[in-house]
Design a protein around this ligand. Sequence first.
Ligand SMILES: *[C@@H]1O[C@H](CO)[C@@H](O)[C@H](O)[C@H]1NC(C)=O
Ligand SMILES: *[C@@H]1O[C@H](CO)[C@@H](O)[C@H](O)[C@H]1NC(C)=O
Ligand SMILES: *[C@@H]1O[C@H](CO)[C@@H](O)[C@H](O)[C@H]1NC(C)=O
Ligand SMILES: *[C@@H]1O[C@H](CO)[C@@H](O)[C@H](O)[C@H]1NC(C)=O
Ligand SMILES: *[C@@H]1O[C@H](CO)[C@@H](O)[C@H](O)[C@H]1NC(C)=O
Ligand SMILES: *[C@@H]1O[C@H](CO)[C@@H](O)[C@H](O)[C@H]1NC(C)=O
Ligand SMILES: *[C@@H]1O[C@H](CO)[C@@H](O)[C@H](O)[C@H]1NC(C)=O
Ligand SMILES: *[C@@H]1O[C@H](CO)[C@@H](O)[C@H](O)[C@H]1NC(C)=O
Ligand SMILES: *[C@@H]1O[C@H](CO)[C@@H](O)[C@H](O)[C@H]1NC(C)=O
Length: 453
Amino acid sequence: MRIFLLALLILTSFGQDNTFLIKKRIDVGVLMCKNSSNLSSSVGWQTSASAITISMDRVNREGLLDGVDLNFIFLFDDCIESRAAGLASKLLTESNVSAIIGPTCNKAGLAVVNLAAYYNVPVLTWGLTISSQFINIERFPTTITLVPVSKTVANAVHQTMIEFGWTEFVYIFYEDEKCGYFREDLEAITSESNHTSLTRTVQLYENTYANFQKQLGRLKNVTRIFTVCLPEDGQIKRWFMLAAYDLQMTNNEYVYLFAGPKSTAYQQTSSSGEVVGAWVDWSTTPDGRDNEAKKAFMRTMVIVATPVASEELAEFKKDVIDKMKLPPFNCTTECEAKEYQEAAEYADQLHDTVYLYAMILNKTIEEDGVGQIANGSFMVGKTAGVVFEGMSGLVRMNSEGYRLPNMILANLDSNATQRTVASMDIDTDSVVANAHRLSFLLKILGFLRFGGN
Ligand SMILES: *[C@@H]1O[C@H](CO)[C@@H](O)[C@H](O)[C@H]1NC(C)=O
Ligand SMILES: *[C@@H]1O[C@H](CO)[C@@H](O)[C@H](O)[C@H]1NC(C)=O
Ligand SMILES: *[C@@H]1O[C@H](CO)[C@@H](O)[C@H](O)[C@H]1NC(C)=O
Ligand SMILES: *[C@@H]1O[C@H](CO)[C@@H](O)[C@H](O)[C@H]1NC(C)=O
Ligand SMILES: *[C@@H]1O[C@H](CO)[C@@H](O)[C@H](O)[C@H]1NC(C)=O
Ligand SMILES: *[C@@H]1O[C@H](CO)[C@@H](O)[C@H](O)[C@H]1NC(C)=O
Ligand SMILES: *[C@@H]1O[C@H](CO)[C@@H](O)[C@H](O)[C@H]1NC(C)=O
Ligand SMILES: *[C@@H]1O[C@H](CO)[C@@H](O)[C@H](O)[C@H]1NC(C)=O
Ligand SMILES: *[C@@H]1O[C@H](CO)[C@@H](O)[C@H](O)[C@H]1NC(C)=O
């Protein structure tokens, strides 16, 4: 009897060990850009892929996917539409993936969500995929995105114009895969508006000081309110504001509203762990104009997603660069290159996308079993009510697979410290039905009367 009991005990404990060891393997396709020089600073593999590792560390710490072995299959579409479609169909039919993370650009992304809608597999896009098409659940019922789409940002700009009583403005932008989509939504919302009109849109073809001066000079007598959308990387906004300063366009008659789905606001964070003001020239040969640039930035406001602490973000960016050298990426020689020493601008979104996927996977397995984990339309519903603190700020999802962005309007106080002027919790539940009936919660806290009116 005793021996029998012992044997039984050994057997059951073995049994438990076995079920513990044999994890359910789930394959996830990841479509990224690896060989596209103009996209590498925003979404390049060399400077962002390890955000997946960092995110999975958090997932494992929290025990979100204990019974699961997530296996990431990396393929590179380089944001080329046809390649994205081809690779996605490979992932769906040959690798039998349960989900696809990426692509990171609009046209490539739209090609993939079309296919995925047919196969009913979830796609989680991030990065530059800001086209408002992505949240059209009728067309793309399997798409999940935590990128604040351009429609929501356009609405935030419109609301700002109303609050300040500005009746017209000019949109000035550089087409970098996001600002053009944003123009479409700005045009749509202002054409219906009873409060404000978009008098002109000016596309910049070169991000140089000389071109900024030329274009701003032409607008000097035309308008005083500018909505500006420029690439996030480097010192472009600084040059833009210096050009305005040199044209005497930073007195209290002028206002510049920087807007975009993501903006680094008034601080630049570096993978070396540094955090400096947007007005600081941190090139190896500084031009010595930091003070003038700072004065110019005093005439600006920004609309940004609720930011995370700069120190935390800088730490994360450093981690991204460090972890690229480790398995499974082993990017040692290539990632030594100078251009890969700064984490990609959107690496934080990749981090949050993987975490979001882990959360809804957990929810699906717990509530419905593994049978539904590759059911795209089903998984989209699982995003309902998901809320977490991510690297891209507070992430709140609705039941249609997209983010309800929490945005703020901020400017600099007299000490050049960022302060929040208004907070906007954007409730996009009704955005598909009617883009203009978003409910904004706009709290004007402290208020600078700018030159408008
Ligand atoms: C990278 O892109 C360039 C041109 O865009 C091309 O000439 C080169 O063959 C590509 N390299 C790889 C490894 O795909
Ligand atoms: C889901 O997450 C909880 C912790 O939040 C964990 O206890 C549970 O085991 C997870 N479920 C799966 C299937 O991993
Ligand atoms: C594909 O994956 C699903 C769920 O992960 C599984 O049920 C199915 O058997 C797989 N098919 C093939 C051909 O591997
Ligand atoms: C990147 O470069 C390619 C070719 O050089 C060009 O077709 C594409 O429009 C560029 N993309 C952006 C976002 O500038
Ligand atoms: C603009 O005003 C007209 C007439 O008062 C009204 O019917 C319409 O709904 C208003 N549009 C918006 C977007 O508020
Ligand atoms: C703008 O207006 C000022 C004064 O009204 C005038 O001197 C100047 O020439 C104008 N500049 C342009 C570019 O029209
Ligand atoms: C990365 O390096 C580790 C050991 O340093 C090795 O085991 C692994 O196979 C490498 N992975 C790849 C994809 O080369
Ligand atoms: C996928 O989920 C939908 C509900 O969203 C359900 O109607 C459908 O039967 C599911 N498909 C499979 C294969 O279970
Ligand atoms: C600016 O800094 C000074 C000294 O640190 C402080 O007394 C003052 O209140 C600050 N002003 C604002 C607007 O925060």
